[in-house]
Design a protein around this ligand. Structure first.
Ligand SMILES: [Zn+2]
Length: 261
């Protein structure tokens, strides 16, 4: 009944037991897992994985930290992938100014990130695909580029850890957010406050596995079935039943990513 809207099952952490990890998720009531790409090679791997198991869907895209390494023809390559069956979104794309090397490298890298992000937003609009946004330490620039891209691009800010003020900036623009295991961390009051107050029709749940395992698994390898723990914590925060949160977040994710059975 839960949908994990953000998993990295192509990462080496899962190379030994990926099939078991997916089976465990199914046994725990996870109905879909959206695999999210970080570069062109990862996009291809994820597409191949979706062919193997029906529970999996894929997003294709270039992560901001991989933007500087994108080949000159990245957009053509990505477009060829975006039109394939099993692709439900462009992602994860965006801006990440955290821990950049000192200038002038930082300036060049920021420019590359913005260029690759903008190009992918254009592709999403053209192919009518929703977008999964990765944003870190680049809030104003990310919003400016999204505003420029216009209303036609539907966005979810993944791993949302900002507070209610920034949340309302996104909601007001028609965007969505999704929450990870961070909402179970006692030292994450902003994410928890946002999870409490977000409108029921504007959010999803995710794991971002293998990272960000929720309490009590914090620090261990995260897996898609942990999305249930994330959802149960959000239910507690909101004073709702886990069933209601599962139903709402799955309905939202199905509509946003146009998932079919
Ligand atoms: Zn991710």
């Amino acid at each position: 009944m839960w949908i994990d809207t953000h998993a990295h099952l192509d990462f080496p952490e899962f190379s030994r037991d990926r099939k078991e990890v997916v089976a465990r998720a199914q046994a725990e009531g996870i109905e879909r897992i959206l695999l999210v790409a970080t570069d062109l090679a990862s996009s291809r791997t994820l597409l191949a994985l979706t062919r193997e198991q029906k529970i999996l869907a894929a997003a294709v895209g270039i992560h901001p930290k991989s933007a500087h390494a994108a080949p000159p023809d990245f957009l053509e390559q990505l477009d060829a992938l975006a039109v394939q069956e099993g692709v439900t979104a462009i992602g994860e794309i965006g801006l990440d100014y955290h821990r950049l090397p000192p200038d002038p490298t930082a300036a060049a890298e920021k420019a590359a990130q913005r260029r690759v992000f903008q190009a992918q937003l254009g592709l999403a609009r053209e192919r009518n695909l929703p977008v999964i946004i990765h944003q870190r330490a680049a809030w104003d620039d990310a919003l400016a580029l999204l505003d420029e891209a216009g209303d036609a691009v539907r966005c979810v800010f993944h791993c949302f850890g900002e507070g209610p003020e920034r949340l309302s900036e996104l909601i007001g623009r028609g965007h969505f957010v999704s929450f990870t295991g961070i909402v179970t961390f006692p030292n994450a009051p902003l994410a928890r406050a946002s999870a409490r107050s977000v409108p029921a029709d504007r959010f999803f749940v995710e794991t971002d596995c293998p990272f960000l395992a929720p309490v009590p698994y914090r620090g261990k390898r995260c897996e898609p079935w942990h999305v249930r723990i994330v959802g149960e914590e959000i239910a507690r925060l909101r004073g709702e039943s886990p069933f209601a949160v599962a139903e709402a977040t799955s309905r939202n994710a199905r509509a946003f990513f146009r998932l079919t059975d």
